[in-house]
Design a protein. Sequence first.
Length: 258
Amino acid sequence: MSAQRWRLDGQTALITGASAGIGLAIARELLGFGADLLIVGRDADALEMARDELADAFPDREIHGLAADVSDDEDRREILDWVEDHSDGLHILVNNAGGNISKPATEYTEDEWRGIFETNLFSAFELSRYAHPLLARHAASAIVNVGSVSGLTHVRSGAVYGMTKAAMHQMTRNLAVEWAEDGIRVNAVAPWYIRTRRTSGPLSDPDYYEQVIERTPMRRIGEPEEVAAAVGFLCLPASSYVTGECIAVDGGFLRYGF
Protein backbone atom coordinates (compact mmCIF):
# COMPACT_ATOMS: atom_id res chain seq x y z
CA MET A 1 0.00 0.00 0.00
CA SER A 2 1.51 3.31 -1.09
CA ALA A 3 2.15 5.80 1.69
CA GLN A 4 1.35 8.59 -0.77
CA ARG A 5 -2.31 7.62 -0.59
CA TRP A 6 -2.20 9.05 2.93
CA ARG A 7 -0.26 12.22 2.13
CA LEU A 8 -1.03 15.67 0.67
CA ASP A 9 2.53 16.74 -0.12
CA GLY A 10 2.67 19.41 -2.83
CA GLN A 11 -1.04 20.19 -2.54
CA THR A 12 -2.60 23.53 -1.63
CA ALA A 13 -5.77 23.77 0.44
CA LEU A 14 -8.08 26.75 0.97
CA ILE A 15 -9.98 26.66 4.28
CA THR A 16 -12.63 29.20 5.26
CA GLY A 17 -13.47 29.98 8.87
CA ALA A 18 -10.02 28.75 9.82
CA SER A 19 -9.09 31.00 12.74
CA ALA A 20 -10.68 28.88 15.51
CA GLY A 21 -12.64 25.76 16.37
CA ILE A 22 -13.28 23.17 13.68
CA GLY A 23 -11.62 25.27 10.96
CA LEU A 24 -8.37 25.58 12.89
CA ALA A 25 -8.41 21.85 13.66
CA ILE A 26 -8.88 21.11 9.95
CA ALA A 27 -5.90 23.37 9.18
CA ARG A 28 -3.71 21.38 11.59
CA GLU A 29 -4.92 18.09 10.14
CA LEU A 30 -4.15 19.01 6.54
CA LEU A 31 -0.77 20.47 7.48
CA GLY A 32 0.02 17.18 9.21
CA PHE A 33 -0.63 15.38 5.93
CA GLY A 34 1.81 17.72 4.16
CA ALA A 35 -0.47 20.29 2.51
CA ASP A 36 0.27 23.99 2.18
CA LEU A 37 -2.53 26.28 3.35
CA LEU A 38 -4.46 29.38 2.43
CA ILE A 39 -6.67 30.23 5.40
CA VAL A 40 -9.51 32.74 5.59
CA GLY A 41 -11.35 34.29 8.54
CA ARG A 42 -13.33 37.45 9.30
CA ASP A 43 -11.31 38.53 12.36
CA ALA A 44 -7.88 39.70 11.17
CA ASP A 45 -6.28 39.49 14.63
CA ALA A 46 -7.62 36.01 15.36
CA LEU A 47 -6.55 34.84 11.92
CA GLU A 48 -3.03 36.16 12.36
CA MET A 49 -2.76 34.44 15.74
CA ALA A 50 -3.92 31.18 14.18
CA ARG A 51 -1.47 31.53 11.30
CA ASP A 52 1.41 32.18 13.70
CA GLU A 53 0.42 29.18 15.82
CA LEU A 54 0.28 26.94 12.76
CA ALA A 55 3.56 28.28 11.38
CA ASP A 56 5.31 27.52 14.68
CA ALA A 57 3.95 23.97 14.67
CA PHE A 58 4.66 23.35 10.96
CA PRO A 59 7.68 25.52 10.02
CA ASP A 60 8.26 23.68 6.72
CA ARG A 61 4.79 24.41 5.32
CA GLU A 62 3.55 27.44 3.39
CA ILE A 63 0.72 29.12 5.31
CA HIS A 64 -0.93 32.34 4.14
CA GLY A 65 -3.89 34.13 5.71
CA LEU A 66 -6.47 36.56 4.37
CA ALA A 67 -9.05 38.42 6.47
CA ALA A 68 -12.32 38.34 4.53
CA ASP A 69 -16.05 37.90 5.06
CA VAL A 70 -17.32 35.01 2.92
CA SER A 71 -20.89 36.34 3.15
CA ASP A 72 -19.85 39.30 0.97
CA ASP A 73 -19.47 38.56 -2.73
CA GLU A 74 -16.74 41.17 -3.26
CA ASP A 75 -14.74 39.46 -0.53
CA ARG A 76 -15.40 36.06 -2.11
CA ARG A 77 -13.98 37.28 -5.41
CA GLU A 78 -11.02 38.80 -3.60
CA ILE A 79 -10.35 35.43 -1.95
CA LEU A 80 -10.11 33.69 -5.32
CA ASP A 81 -7.86 36.41 -6.75
CA TRP A 82 -5.64 35.96 -3.70
CA VAL A 83 -5.57 32.19 -4.20
CA GLU A 84 -4.43 32.64 -7.80
CA ASP A 85 -1.63 34.93 -6.61
CA HIS A 86 -0.36 32.37 -4.10
CA SER A 87 -0.72 29.04 -5.85
CA ASP A 88 -0.72 27.20 -9.17
CA GLY A 89 -4.34 26.23 -9.11
CA LEU A 90 -5.96 24.67 -6.05
CA HIS A 91 -6.16 21.07 -4.88
CA ILE A 92 -8.54 21.31 -1.92
CA LEU A 93 -11.37 23.64 -0.87
CA VAL A 94 -12.90 23.29 2.59
CA ASN A 95 -16.08 25.34 3.00
CA ASN A 96 -16.17 25.56 6.78
CA ALA A 97 -17.24 29.14 7.56
CA GLY A 98 -20.68 29.35 9.14
CA GLY A 99 -22.83 31.05 11.73
CA ASN A 100 -26.22 30.97 13.35
CA ILE A 101 -28.84 32.91 15.26
CA SER A 102 -31.03 30.47 17.13
CA LYS A 103 -34.63 31.55 17.69
CA PRO A 104 -38.20 30.48 16.82
CA ALA A 105 -38.98 30.64 13.10
CA THR A 106 -41.52 33.45 13.47
CA GLU A 107 -39.04 35.71 15.27
CA TYR A 108 -36.31 36.05 12.63
CA THR A 109 -36.01 39.35 10.83
CA GLU A 110 -35.47 39.12 7.09
CA ASP A 111 -31.93 40.44 7.45
CA GLU A 112 -31.15 37.77 10.05
CA TRP A 113 -32.29 34.75 8.07
CA ARG A 114 -30.89 36.05 4.79
CA GLY A 115 -27.56 36.70 6.54
CA ILE A 116 -27.39 33.09 7.76
CA PHE A 117 -28.04 31.86 4.21
CA GLU A 118 -25.29 34.11 2.82
CA THR A 119 -22.73 32.89 5.37
CA ASN A 120 -23.59 29.19 5.48
CA LEU A 121 -24.83 28.32 2.01
CA PHE A 122 -24.35 30.96 -0.66
CA SER A 123 -20.70 31.45 0.31
CA ALA A 124 -19.97 27.73 -0.14
CA PHE A 125 -21.79 27.61 -3.48
CA GLU A 126 -20.11 30.70 -4.86
CA LEU A 127 -16.62 29.84 -3.62
CA SER A 128 -16.99 26.36 -5.11
CA ARG A 129 -18.04 27.84 -8.46
CA TYR A 130 -15.29 30.45 -8.43
CA ALA A 131 -12.71 27.80 -7.45
CA HIS A 132 -13.83 25.31 -10.11
CA PRO A 133 -11.31 26.40 -12.79
CA LEU A 134 -8.46 26.24 -10.27
CA LEU A 135 -9.50 22.84 -8.94
CA ALA A 136 -9.98 21.46 -12.45
CA ARG A 137 -6.34 22.17 -13.35
CA HIS A 138 -5.33 19.02 -11.46
CA ALA A 139 -6.14 15.40 -12.22
CA ALA A 140 -7.67 14.92 -8.79
CA SER A 141 -8.96 17.57 -6.38
CA ALA A 142 -11.47 17.74 -3.56
CA ILE A 143 -14.11 19.98 -2.01
CA VAL A 144 -15.32 19.24 1.51
CA ASN A 145 -18.33 21.09 2.89
CA VAL A 146 -18.85 21.29 6.64
CA GLY A 147 -22.56 20.65 7.06
CA SER A 148 -24.43 19.58 10.18
CA VAL A 149 -26.70 16.91 11.57
CA SER A 150 -29.27 19.72 11.70
CA GLY A 151 -29.47 19.39 7.91
CA LEU A 152 -30.48 15.76 8.30
CA THR A 153 -32.90 15.79 11.24
CA HIS A 154 -34.55 18.24 13.61
CA VAL A 155 -32.16 19.94 16.01
CA ARG A 156 -33.00 22.83 18.33
CA SER A 157 -30.60 25.22 16.58
CA GLY A 158 -33.39 26.88 14.57
CA ALA A 159 -35.14 26.24 11.27
CA VAL A 160 -32.91 28.56 9.25
CA TYR A 161 -29.63 26.88 10.23
CA GLY A 162 -31.09 23.47 9.41
CA MET A 163 -32.36 24.75 6.06
CA THR A 164 -28.93 26.05 5.07
CA LYS A 165 -27.20 22.81 6.02
CA ALA A 166 -29.78 20.61 4.27
CA ALA A 167 -29.27 22.67 1.12
CA MET A 168 -25.49 22.37 1.52
CA HIS A 169 -25.78 18.58 1.66
CA GLN A 170 -27.85 18.57 -1.54
CA MET A 171 -25.42 20.97 -3.17
CA THR A 172 -22.68 18.47 -2.30
CA ARG A 173 -24.51 15.67 -4.11
CA ASN A 174 -25.27 17.78 -7.19
CA LEU A 175 -21.76 19.17 -7.59
CA ALA A 176 -20.25 15.71 -7.04
CA VAL A 177 -22.17 14.43 -10.06
CA GLU A 178 -21.63 17.50 -12.24
CA TRP A 179 -17.92 17.82 -11.56
CA ALA A 180 -16.81 14.18 -11.43
CA GLU A 181 -15.73 14.43 -15.09
CA ASP A 182 -13.51 17.37 -14.10
CA GLY A 183 -11.66 15.28 -11.53
CA ILE A 184 -13.24 17.13 -8.58
CA ARG A 185 -14.67 15.07 -5.74
CA VAL A 186 -17.25 16.82 -3.54
CA ASN A 187 -18.14 15.50 -0.09
CA ALA A 188 -19.48 16.77 3.22
CA VAL A 189 -19.27 16.09 6.93
CA ALA A 190 -22.16 16.57 9.35
CA PRO A 191 -21.06 17.23 12.94
CA TRP A 192 -23.29 17.07 16.04
CA TYR A 193 -22.27 19.10 19.11
CA ILE A 194 -18.53 19.75 18.99
CA ARG A 195 -16.62 21.45 21.80
CA THR A 196 -15.96 24.91 20.37
CA ARG A 197 -16.38 28.51 21.46
CA ARG A 198 -19.67 28.71 19.59
CA THR A 199 -21.21 25.75 21.42
CA SER A 200 -19.91 26.73 24.85
CA GLY A 201 -23.01 28.87 25.53
CA PRO A 202 -25.72 26.24 25.06
CA LEU A 203 -23.61 23.50 26.64
CA SER A 204 -23.00 25.59 29.76
CA ASP A 205 -26.63 24.95 30.75
CA PRO A 206 -26.44 21.72 32.83
CA ASP A 207 -29.96 20.59 31.96
CA TYR A 208 -29.45 21.14 28.24
CA TYR A 209 -26.03 19.49 28.36
CA GLU A 210 -27.53 16.42 29.98
CA GLN A 211 -30.26 16.25 27.32
CA VAL A 212 -27.59 16.38 24.60
CA ILE A 213 -25.58 13.62 26.27
CA GLU A 214 -28.68 11.47 26.70
CA ARG A 215 -29.29 11.58 22.95
CA THR A 216 -25.66 10.80 22.07
CA PRO A 217 -24.87 7.06 22.25
CA MET A 218 -21.17 7.71 22.88
CA ARG A 219 -22.17 9.86 25.90
CA ARG A 220 -19.82 12.76 25.23
CA ILE A 221 -19.35 15.93 23.21
CA GLY A 222 -17.18 15.65 20.11
CA GLU A 223 -13.83 17.38 19.67
CA PRO A 224 -12.84 19.60 16.71
CA GLU A 225 -10.02 17.18 15.88
CA GLU A 226 -12.56 14.40 15.34
CA VAL A 227 -14.33 16.43 12.65
CA ALA A 228 -10.97 17.39 11.17
CA ALA A 229 -9.99 13.73 10.86
CA ALA A 230 -13.08 13.00 8.74
CA VAL A 231 -12.41 16.06 6.59
CA GLY A 232 -8.78 15.01 6.21
CA PHE A 233 -9.75 11.57 4.96
CA LEU A 234 -12.07 13.06 2.35
CA CYS A 235 -9.19 15.21 1.06
CA LEU A 236 -6.71 12.34 0.78
CA PRO A 237 -5.95 10.23 -2.29
CA ALA A 238 -7.02 7.30 -0.07
CA SER A 239 -10.65 8.42 -0.57
CA SER A 240 -10.27 8.75 -4.34
CA TYR A 241 -13.45 6.74 -5.08
CA VAL A 242 -15.62 8.58 -2.57
CA THR A 243 -17.75 11.46 -3.82
CA GLY A 244 -21.21 12.86 -3.11
CA GLU A 245 -21.13 11.50 0.45
CA CYS A 246 -22.02 13.11 3.77
CA ILE A 247 -20.26 11.58 6.77
CA ALA A 248 -21.89 12.21 10.14
CA VAL A 249 -19.41 12.93 12.93
CA ASP A 250 -21.93 12.65 15.71
CA GLY A 251 -21.16 9.96 18.27
CA GLY A 252 -24.18 8.05 16.98
CA PHE A 253 -26.66 10.91 17.49
CA LEU A 254 -28.46 10.42 14.18
CA ARG A 255 -29.54 6.95 15.27
CA TYR A 256 -31.61 8.74 17.95
CA GLY A 257 -32.65 12.23 16.79
CA PHE A 258 -33.25 15.02 19.31
